[in-house]
Design a protein around this ligand. Structure first.
Ligand code: PXP
Length: 238
């Protein structure tokens, strides 16, 4: 079964636009779970421009599904994750000012750093995932550094999908095979949508999890959150 983790950053962006607590991020997360989400993802950034540190602490005891915290492993981020102990931590290489993650790790160049960080999370019993491109070498070094899973950065798939979906998915299928051979779990995320998700899933049915935010929250404006989550799950054969 491929799990659907709903990234609720955009809900926090909307809340922060007005101050106050509308929409209520915790309530939305719990409703996503009620509507069938298998997990909730947040990406607390140093400037707290969407998810705040306090949201992370508020969510932890209330969530009933899998909690995934993603971010750049700065000392502050590591400290937060070790305190909150989510089910999964996803390491992304983005700088604090970046709009959104736009590349996977160079796991070879950052091998010593990632090994040390992953060791700390592994010792704390937190499942680890490393955000990578489809380059087999990056996946191999993620495994060597001690990751439990890799998350494939799917933006290149999403942007090439309309032109030639077979060609768009091909490197992801190869990367997924490399991950499987190395005994790694497999996640995927970025720019997945109702348009492109089913084809991705059908080609890589052994995916453990997809993490989806922007398109899903945008679809919910038209379809409502409950129906949107159901539609995304249908794309995952559920
Ligand atoms: N995975 C990672 C590592 C991300 O940084 C993001 C964006 O926050 C996502 C998945 C979700 O991407 P999107 O919002 O395009 O669905």
């Amino acid at each position: 079964m491929t799990k659907l983790s709903v990234n609720i950053n955009k809900v926090a962006t909307l809340r922060n636009a007005r101050g106050g607590n509308v929409p209520n991020v915790v309530k939305v997360a719990l409703d996503c779970e009620t509507f069938g989400a298998d997990g909730i993802t947040v990406h607390p950034r140093p400037d707290e421009r969407h998810i705040r540190k306090s949201d992370v602490f508020d969510l932890r005891p209330l969530l009933r599904t899998e909690f995934n915290i993603e971010g750049y492993p700065s000392p502050e981020f590591i400290d937060l994750v070790l305190k909150v102990k989510p089910h999964q931590v996803t390491l992304v290489p983005d700088s604090p000012t970046q709009l959104t993650s736009n590349a996977g790790w160079d796991t070879k160049a950052n091998f010593n750093f990632l090994s040390e960080v992953l060791d700390g999370f592994n010792n704390a019993g937190i499942r680890t995932s490393v955000f990578v491109s489809t380059d087999p070498e990056m996946i191999e070094y993620a495994a060597k550094a001690g990751a439990d899973r890799v998350e494939l950065y799917t933006e290149p798939y999403a942007s090439a999908y309309a032109k030639d979906k077979e060609a768009a998915v091909a490197p992801f299928v190869e990367a997924a095979k490399v991950a499987r051979k190395l005994g790694l779990g497999l996640n995927a995320g970025h720019d997945l949508s109702l348009e492109n998700l089913n084809f991705f899933y059908k080609n890589i049915p052994w995916l453990d999890e997809v993490s989806i935010g922007h398109a899903l929250i945008s679809d919910a404006l038209y379809l409502g959150l409950q129906r949107t989550i159901q539609e995304y799950k249908k794309c995952l054969g559920r």
